[in-house]
Design a protein around this ligand. Sequence first.
Ligand code: ATP
Ligand code: F6P
Length: 460
Amino acid sequence: MVGLPARGKTYISQKVCRYLTWLGIKTKVFNVGNYRRQLHGANLPHTFFDPHNTLGEQQRREAAAAALEDMMRWFRDDQGIVAIYDATNSTTARRRWLCEKLGKEDIQVLFIESICQDEELILANIKDVKLSSPDYAKMDPDEAAVDFRARINHYKEQYETITEQELTYIKLINVGSQNIINQIQGYLESRIVYYLMNLHIAPRKIYFSRHGESQYNLAGKIGGDSNLSERGRLYAVKLPDLIKTNLGDQDLTVWTSTMKRTIETSEKLDYPKLQWKALDELDAGVCDGMTYEEIEQKYPEDFANRDEDKFNYRYRGGESYGDVVLRLEPVIMELERHENILIIGHQAILRCIYAYFMNYSHEDLPYIKIPLHTVIELTPKAYGCEEKRFKVDIDAVDTHRPKVKKSTSIRKLMPSLKLPAVGASGEIVRDPMSPIIPISPQLFPKGSTSSTTNTKTSSS
Ligand code: ATP
Ligand code: F6P
């Protein structure tokens, strides 16, 4: 990251981290401010950041070096793929030092510079996040704001925007009203740049609702394209009032899947609507239309494999949660670009989207509770989302299957079940029935063999 204080660097770092982690790309943020507080204490006055303060300058360099050391260790020992070095990095000398250190370890560098000249926005940022920072604990807010502005001025004295044509960078100017990109190469950098170009910070709300209870829900069957039950239709009638009560007269766009149950649920809503094929429920392949009991009887090994690794398990002829995350990526991009949206979706689909906003690991994602006849309201805030749930008073079946406890896991009862393995020459030996391997590009340390599952992701 590059930029003066209060330019959204931490905000951007955390969003990119959440996005890549959701895609299955191991990512971690290293925030130099946290190292500074740990090494030299919080509550440091603005004079600490004065470039003419030699001791302050040296202590800031120490914090930067400690964070960088940890980051390089994480790449080496934890097989990290993307690290986000969250600091001002506001001088050419500092960036040259970073490039030298990282270049020696063959680590590719992409600079993300946030430039913002909107003084009102900077003031709002200071009020929004800086006054509640540990740096200003117990300080009078007005005094803290004055101190923070003095801190910004110290950085301005030295600040040098990126000019080196040989560097890879994106400059986000005034929250994306203009973007400059330079030397962007390869898939991952392009994904990150495209993602950054879609971000906005206008206040908005995102609503999730599953379709009303369906005929298949009542029968305990998964998948299919059934109509709503009587109670489901009642939910569709009540939904508009609930949304109106919370959103008032604001604009909203409703997204549904192409399946009858979500379209029927949206029918009484008087807002523009869009159908997405990408929002269709997880495809259960040969198990589509069966109950969980029928699947357990007919395909006991599959059933056990799914409990063992639900995120990666792919139904025969169908999909895994990992597949669904990939197909939802364009939906996430559009969600980032838009303002108020209501998604009327399905259990597995809404779990995936909710996990993106609420930072759930792949391991926990398939067990998130998204009950029927409940509206979830997310309000994006500086470093996360605020959540409210509104339960509509119409009964519905519970379709949530809890996670099988490890001690009673079917794997213990059936130890002969096959899991994917690594062959003698390091190739992945994959049983067609086994869970698929991760969806992300994988980085294997030189000379090592690949591992076959990697469902646990890290977060910052
Ligand atoms: P510091 O250097 O003090 O750590 P920072 O640059 O990391 O500051 P943040 O803590 O990320 O700043 O500031 C968060 C605020 O920035 C949020 O209120 C968010 O809405 C806002 N913000 C997000 N993106 C941008 C942007 N591109 N330009 C300006 N502000 C932004
Ligand atoms: O039961 C409703 C449903 O939407 C099914 O159509 C789908 O297969 C299932 O939920 C997904 O939930 P799980 O991944 O927990 O089986």
